[in-house]
Structures are given as C-alpha cells and as structure tokens.
Ligand binder design. Structure first.
Ligand code: PLP
Ligand code: ZN
Length: 493
C-alpha cells in the first residue's frame, strides 16, 4: 500500500500543488499559534509558527534545528491579581522573584487536584496531566484539540544513602552503588506507554490535531513509535513508524503494532531511518513527530518542571540522563533555563549526558570542547540510544555549555551492571535508562559529582520494554512435584 493511500491528500491546503498539511485552520488555532515563533538554534533566524501555504517547518533554511519561543502569559485571573500579565521570554530575561511565586502557586494548585481524574471533568484531566499542568509554558492549545492519556506524574524515588528513608533499604543500595548521599531517580518508565516519549507525544499529536494532519510519522528505536502509535490511535489519526530492522526491542515493536501503526522496516540503522522519514514527511505532507519537531521538545520540558515541583521548587545540583538523539537533554535544559528566567528556581542545575561508548558522537565532541563534530557508526546493546548522528546536536551542545554540564560515556558492561542494580532494587528499567546510574557512578568516582550534592537521575524507559537484554531468561532448577515436602526441600537447600 502506498503511503498516500492512508487518507492523506497531498496538495491539500492553502497552496495548491504544495503538500501542505494545514487544512482550514480554525480561528482559535490561528490565535494560539500566533503567540509562537520558531528560532534557529544556529543562526537565530526567527520564523512564525504558521507560515501560510507551506508544510510545517522542522528546520531553518540554514539546515539547523529550531526552538519554540512563546510569549508566556499568566492565566488571566492571576494576572489581574498580580498586575503583571505578560512575560516575554527573550534569551536574557531578568530574574523576577515575585513572578516565580505566582507561577509556583498556579502549578501547585493544579497539582493539588485529586490524583484520580474523572471523565466527567475535563478540567481535572488537564490539571492532572504532568504535561498540561504546565501548559502556559508548553503550548497554549485550545482544550478541544488536546490529546492526553493523561501522562507524567511519574515517581521521583529517593535512593541516596542519606535520603532514601525508612522502608527503602533496597533502594539505598543504589545510593551506595552511586556513592551519593542525596540521590533521586525519576522513573519516566511509569508513563502511559512506558517511556518519557509520551510527554513529547501528547504535545506533538495535539499539534497534529490543531493543524488538521491526517497522518503522523516518526523514525524510532522503538519508544517513540510506541508512543506515537498510542496517541495517534487515541486521536484517530493514521500513524507510520520507520524502524531499523532487527534493532527494536520486542516490547516496543509489539506496542506499535498493537496500537495500529503501519511499521516500515528499514534495512539500515536509526540514522538511515531518520533521514528517510524526514524526506518522506516533507514530500508527502505527513506530520513529522520525531524530536526534530520542536513541539516534541516543548512537551518533554515537563520532565524538568515536574522534577522541580516534586522537589518543592528546589533545583538539584545535577540532572543526569542517557543521551541518544539528544532531544531529551535539549528539552530538560530548556525547561531549567526557562524556570530560572521565570524565577521558579534560584539556580540552573548542571546536566550530565551519558552516552554508550559505542554510540558516542556527543561525548567525542565534548572532549574536544565542541570544536568538531563527527557522526559515528553506532553499536551498543542499549538499542534506544544506538544513534550515531543525533539530530538535536546543536540544541544539546548549547545546553551543556550554558549549564556548565558534562558528557560521559559508559561501556555496555557498565550499563548491564547498573541495570542489574536498578532491577534488583525493585524499580527496573530498560538498558538505555541504566546508562544514567552507570554514568553517575563514574562521575562520582572521578570527583566531578560530589558525594553530598543533590542529584536527580532520569530512568527513561520501563523494564518490560526489553525483556531479553540483561534479564535472566529462565527460572533456575527443575520443576518440582506440587507437594509441601518438595517445596521444603528446595527452600532448605
Ligand atoms: C529509553 C530511552 N532512553 C533514552 C533515549 C534517548 O533520548 P534522546 O534520543 O532524546 O537523547 C531514548 C530515545 O529513544 C529512549 O527511548
Ligand atoms: Zn539557521
């Protein structure tokens, strides 16, 4: 079946002959998008979010990637109370402590709604979502377009030697392994489809709805496709996923197919699939939902906002995460910068990005002070970060420079050892996520992260995503007779 038999109509839109996916946009969508600009990360050129008669823009004319810039507005009731209705977020905005208190109060009020949402109260749904709770800083979408499960509200587990608390002796092992007194793990594998991608996807598919897209697509090492397929199915939009054949963990592939995505297997790696999907989307007018799309990044900022809120708006010293295509570090870095500019927090955390040694172009570039960048042929057991030419490199480089961050690499053996620790502590995660703990341990041992600093590590995906790598594949021993005596003799061995 040809791709444009999915219900897409190439050429539809304001400009005949152009594969414009924007149908007739409603005035509320036009109004919402008029608040948004897209700025090139390299040459700083500014574009409107909506350019009449053209397909959505994912890149600057210079070829680099784009960041969303929004004129942040306080919700109107509070704006009247505070008398300070409008925040223009330029790159260097003055720190305004009073405004920070107002924003914190808004987000805390929304978070205090009961942690069960009812289908009869849409309002509760948006406030309960760990993404849309921060909607004023993410996307001013008209409510009827929002596609939400809802997502977010993931656990922030205290696992440090000092802060793990009573009843967490198992979790304390992770603090001992890392060598940290105050250490938290943010488990993004607790999102609806089991990875952090849901935070970007709820915003990406909402944008697709606003633009009237009939089909959405992505290239994926598995988690993005599972998330895309789920949110697109909820919205009733066709989804197409480009997968590197043989390099997608079973659980992720199963999700994508079960949710009804059309899977296009590419006999190549993720980087080849990524390049193809970008070309196909531009050619066919399909809405592209990789993290190249700057609205995906906006949604993933919510990981940063939610961590800050769970820490009662105390910024950690370090945020550590695995890095592949470099979308997530770009998103969390942007969230921290904006939170600081809005005085939600008093300092910007340092970020440590951890790459697999066999898929480490960002690490190599960092080691040369970002003087050069060269893609690599990626090879690691952590398939989610098996990426040799990360799309968001310019965004991530800027984040590391701005926050005095670091990039570290870890071997597959270190990843597997860290994964075994996380699994046995009862949290569990997929292999790529364990790069976080492996990286923290290495950075603490090197004295870069200090033992008494406050550190948050992100676990990006659920244990069940990959039931093969680093997990015992069989119950040891023979099956025994179903008698008490037989059980006793086994347990007493
Ligand atoms: C589980 C997991 N961890 C980490 C990453 C890396 O995130 P990013 O590609 O945004 O750097 C991915 C990306 O697919 C992932 O699925
Ligand atoms: Zn540019």
């Amino acid at each position: 079946m040809a791709i444009n038999s999915t219900g897409l109509q190439p050429g539809q839109g304001a400009n005949e002959g152009n594969n414009n996916i924007q149908g007739q946009l409603s005035s509320e969508v036009r109004d919402a998008l008029s608040l948004i600009s897209l700025r090139c990360v390299e040459c700083l050129r500014l574009y409107p979010a909506l350019e009449a008669g053209r397909t959505p823009r994912y890149r600057c004319d210079c070829g680099s990637v784009l960041d969303v810039e929004i004129a942040f507005q306080l919700p109107s009731r509070r704006a009247q109370q505070s008398g300070d209705a409008f925040f223009r977020l330029a790159t260097e905005q003055e720190h305004m402590p009073a405004a920070g208190a107002v924003w914190r109060q808004i987000f805390d009020d929304r978070a205090s709604t009961p942690p069960i949402w009812s289908i009869s109260t849409d309002k509760l749904l948006f406030d309960y979502s760990g993404v849309w709770r921060y909607r004023d800083l993410i996307l001013p979408a008209p409510e009827r377009y929002i596609v939400s499960r809802p997502e977010g509200n993931t656990g922030l587990y205290p696992v440090g030697i000092e802060n793990c608390g009573a009843g967490r002796a198992g979790h304390r092992q992770l603090g001992i392994y890392a060598g940290l007194e105050r250490f938290f793990l943010k488990h993004e594998g607790e999102n609806p489809t089991g990875s952090f991608k849901d935070r970007g996807m709820t915003v990406g598919v909402t944008m697709a709805q606003m633009l009237g897209a009939k089909a959405v697509a992505c290239a994926s090492t598995g988690n993005t496709s599972a998330s895309l397929a789920s949110y697109a199915a909820q919205a009733g939009i066709e989804s197409i996923v480009f997968l590197p054949a043989g390099n997608v963990a079973g659980g992720k592939l199963a999700q994508s197919l079960a949710y009804g995505a059309r899977a296009v297997q590419i006999a190549g790696d993720f980087d080849a699939a990524m390049s193809l999907v970008e070309q196909v989307c531009n050619e066919q007018g399909i809405y592209l939902l990789n993290s190249l799309n700057p609205f995906r990044i906006e949604g993933q900022k919510a990981i940063g906002f939610e961590i800050l809120q769970q820490l009662d708006w105390q910024a950690p010293d370090w945020l550590v995460l695995p890095a592949g295509n470099l979308g997530n570090i770009s998103a969390i870095g942007k969230a921290f910068r904006e939170a600081y500019q809005l005085s939600l927090i008093g300092h910007v955390p340092r970020i440590a990005a951890i790459q697999a040694g066999g898929a480490n172009p960002f690490y190599r570039s960092f080691m040369q002070d970002f003087a050069a960048y060269r893609p690599v042929q990626a090879d690691t057991i952590a398939t989610a970060i098996k990426i040799g030419n990360p799309v968001s490199y310019p965004r991530a480089r800027r984040v590391i420079k701005a926050c005095d961050g670091v990039v570290e690499e870890v071997s597959d053996e270190e990843i597997l050892a860290a994964k075994a620790m996380i699994d046995r502590a009862g949290l569990g995660c997929e292999p790529a996520s364990a790069a976080t703990l492996a990286g923290v341990r290495k950075l603490v041992a090197a004295g870069i992260i200090k033992r008494d600093e406050l550190v948050v590590g992100v676990l990006t995906g659920n244990l069940l995503k990959d039931s093969k790598t680093g997990i015992p594949q069989a119950v040891t021993g023979e099956a025994i007779e179903p008698t008490l005596d037989a059980v006793r003799s086994v347990l007493l061995q």
